[in-house]
Ligand binder design. Structure first.
Ligand code: PAF
Length: 280
């Protein structure tokens, strides 16, 4: 595996390759990332992974400075997984001057996680466009764990007619159901044992969202349950798979949630199918 830190090295290497699948990450890799690498391997002859903790997507007071940076261990795992190229620029390489142009996003970027993290998805979309322009992959892989991010990137790629196919990887979970995330390591031992409750509430909603169920009641009950267990719930929201408000005839739905345990904000989601209302 080659490791490059500069745009020039990346560009030179890229000119010699035919098909490339790309997995952008912020590092501190776990099984979820490695699953995306395997998915990428099935899509193209060469796999490129980037590791870059993108300052543009962190708000003031968020965890940019303490975000775990583990480049050496990450590089070893990527090498074991047959990655061809690791691109790990530092901030001044990717942003040699303050970024002047940003992607303007649709309203969905200000809802759900965007409501409590203003500017987050603008920062994500901006760096993803930049990385896609540098790596020029035919395919880019993103995890469903960041469902809203994935939806927004799909919209950006479609609206700008970007020549890349977006492939989604399923969320990888610990045996107790907790979705793998680099932020799980911020949890104390007792918070870690409470953490699967978020997914538990999403599962309960998916099981109880019958054709005639009141979705708002289900969302509110889940938020109250979590809050009563010591969480600070940001939102629990049932949407259609494009993240719009579900119409009564929509059956392919997703429930998304974000909640804090202490200082750690966890997000999760679950796709489910709601039965059609009976014709009687
Ligand atoms: O999902 C992530 O790790 C990041 O948001 C991404 C897509 C690498 C952009 O910085």
């Amino acid at each position: 595996m080659k490791t490059f830190h500069t745009v020039n090295d990346l560009r030179e290497w890229r000119d010699c390759c035919d098909s490339v699948a790309f997995v952008p990450t912020m590092g501190n890799l776990h099984e979820g990332h490695l699953k995306l690498v395997s998915l990428a391997r099935q899509q193209a002859n060469h796999v490129v992974v980037s590791i870059f903790v993108n300052p543009l997507q962190f708000g003031p007071g968020e965890d940019f400075l303490r975000y775990p940076r583990t480049l050496e261990q990450d590089a070893a795992r990527l090498r074991e997984h047959g990655v061809d190229l690791l691109f790990a620029p530092d901030t001044s390489e990717l942003y040699p001057q303050p970024q002047r142009c940003h992607i303007e996003l649709p309203d969905i970027a200000s809802e759900l996680c965007g409501a409590s993290r203003p500017g987050h998805f603008r920062g994500v979309a901006t760096v993803v466009m930049k990385l896609l322009n540098l790596v020029r992959p035919q395919v880019a892989c993103f995890g469903k764990k960041d469902y809203q991010q994935l939806a927004i990137i799909r919209m950006m790629v479609e609206d700008f007619a970007m020549p890349v196919r977006i492939v989604a990887g399923e969320t990888v979970r610990a045996p107790d159901g907790l979705a793998l995330s680099s932020r799980n390591q911020y949890l104390t031992e007792s918070q870690r044992s409470q953490a699967p409750a978020l997914f538990g509430e999403l599962q309960r909603i998916a099981a109880e969202a019958h054709a005639d169920a009141d979705l708002t009641v289900l969302e509110q009950r889940a938020m109250q349950t979590l809050d009563s267990q010591g969480w600070q719930t940001d939102y629990i929201s049932i949407r259609n798979r494009q993240l719009g408000t579900p119409a009564s005839q929509d059956t392919s739905l997703v429930v998304l949630g974000a909640a804090r345990l202490g200082n750690t904000r966890l997000i999760d989601n679950l796709e489910f199918v709601r039965p059609r209302p009976s014709q009687a």
